[in-house]
Design a protein around this ligand. Structure first.
Ligand code: AMP
Length: 395
């Protein structure tokens, strides 16, 4: 059985928490603190209940080397500001000095360890390294949803050194929406799929083709499906290796009676360059010289009406190249439809990665039932797979 953080007696305990502080940095500054804020409820609960807290995380891909640009020091500064209290920092997560700092912590104090991936042992799930990490705590809590699909020393190996172990509030919320709600969804269940790559979402598609009432397809992957149906798509993104797979998906959708919907109009351009005058054509009229870069207004309207009627909506993958002005309107329209539907009682779940970035860009994070903090991990869970870093805590 998985244990929730609130089932532990934390008083005077040292709680070692694996958090996901893998945030974007620019010129040594944190440019998006979404993941730091997401870890605050767990940290604050521990402090309020008399524990001292030791935080460990990775940042970027230093590949087992010390890369000063990928230090967690700037994250510590943001954390100290958000919590309005000092945060102790150790520049090597397993040095004797670091362990001494942990041993000297008093109730209500925080110790942040330097980037775990400065050590090659972290991604190898090395047991000796796990044992050193385990010296930092008496209770182990995993609240790093973003890496839960990986088996690393700080989220799998380390757990075997603890009898007192469980999940933090962020992981608990992720599991509630991406696992519990999906197992028994309020119907109709609608999946909105977008983004560029079909290949990385096959598990999700296969699962939802059996479970969903409607699947809406947008984004770049539309064109591989349309190509599979024999349509002309001009210079739009097509993944030739996925055409046969797309044909199989279309056949399966028919077999399972899933309402599979494609956009009927599309924003086209010569190239991916910002525009304030987007050109819109029906989906079957894309000129050979142009590419489709967003869904059009008619499609947004049609999809929005389906979303309004839904009991549960899962959205994974943007509807267009939302990063570029002129091709973000479709994704914004879908995000707004989700926000509206939620007000009327629809459960709205947004997968992590690009879709979360899009929702953030539109200022609608708080208007969703749940925006996942993990890209790969959310895909795995929604596909019905278990996560190694969570399974290990059930033992
Ligand atoms: P994925 O990682 O497969 O979810 O893909 C996300 C990316 O798909 C985003 O960076 C979008 O810019 C891109 N994308 C969405 N729609 C299109 C499109 N019509 N053509 C090319 N790229 C797209």
């Amino acid at each position: 059985m998985l244990k929730s953080l609130n089932s532990f007696d934390l008083k005077f305990k040292k709680v070692l928490i694996r958090v996901d502080f893998n945030v974007p940095l620019q010129d040594g500054k944190v440019v998006d603190d979404f993941r730091i804020r997401a870890a605050l409820p767990t940290i604050q609960w521990c402090l309020k209940n008399g524990a001292s807290v030791i935080l460990m995380s990775h940042l970027g891909r230093p590949k087992g080397q010390v890369v000063p640009e990928l230090s967690l020091m700037p994250v510590g500064e943001v954390l100290a500001e958000l919590l309005e209290m000092p945060v102790k920092f150790s520049d090597d997560c397993v040095s004797e000095d670091a362990i001494d700092v942990t041993l000297g912590l008093k109730s209500g104090e925080i110790h942040l360890l330097e980037n775990l991936r400065f050590h090659p042992e972290e991604t190898k799930n090395d047991m000796e390294f796990s044992a050193l990490l385990a010296k930092h705590g008496q209770i182990y809590i995993n609240d790093a949803f973003g890496t839960a699909h990986r088996a690393h020393a700080s989220n799998v190996g380390v757990a075997s050194f603890f009898t007192l172990k469980g999940i933090g509030f962020l992981v608990e919320k992720e599991l509630r929406y991406l696992q519990t709600v999906i197992r028994k969804p309020k119907r109709p269940l609608v999946l909105i799929l977008g983004g560029a790559k079909i290949g990385s979402k096959l598990g999700l598609i296969n699962k939802f083709i059996e479970e969903a009432d409607t699947i809406i397809i947008g984004g770049g992957m539309v064109f591989t499906f349309l190509k599979a149906k024999g349509w002309q798509v001009g210079g739009s993104l097509v993944d030739p290796a996925m055409i046969d797979t797309a044909k199989k998906i279309l056949a399966q959708a028919r077999m399972h009676n899933v309402n599979l919907l494609f956009p009927t109009d599309v924003v086209i351009a010569d190239a991916i360059e910002a525009t304030d005058q987007p050109e819109i054509v029906p989906m079957d009229k894309i000129p050979s010289s142009k590419m489709g870069l967003d869904i059009g207004p008619e499609s947004v309207k049609k999809f929005a009406s389906i979303i309004q009627e839904a009991g549960t909506v899962v959205w994974n993958g943007p509807m267009g190249v939302f990063e570029v002005p002129g091709f973000d309107v479709g994704s914004r329209g879908i995000a707004e439809a989700l926000a509206q539907a939620k007000k009327l009682g629809t459960i709205t779940i947004v997968g992590g990665g690009d879709t979360a970035s899009a929702v953030k860009k539109f200022g609608l994070m708080e208007s969703m039932s749940h925006v996942s903090t993990g890209g790969g991990a959310s895909l795995e869970l929604l596909s019905g797979n278990s996560l190694p870093a969570i399974s290990i805590l059930e033992k």
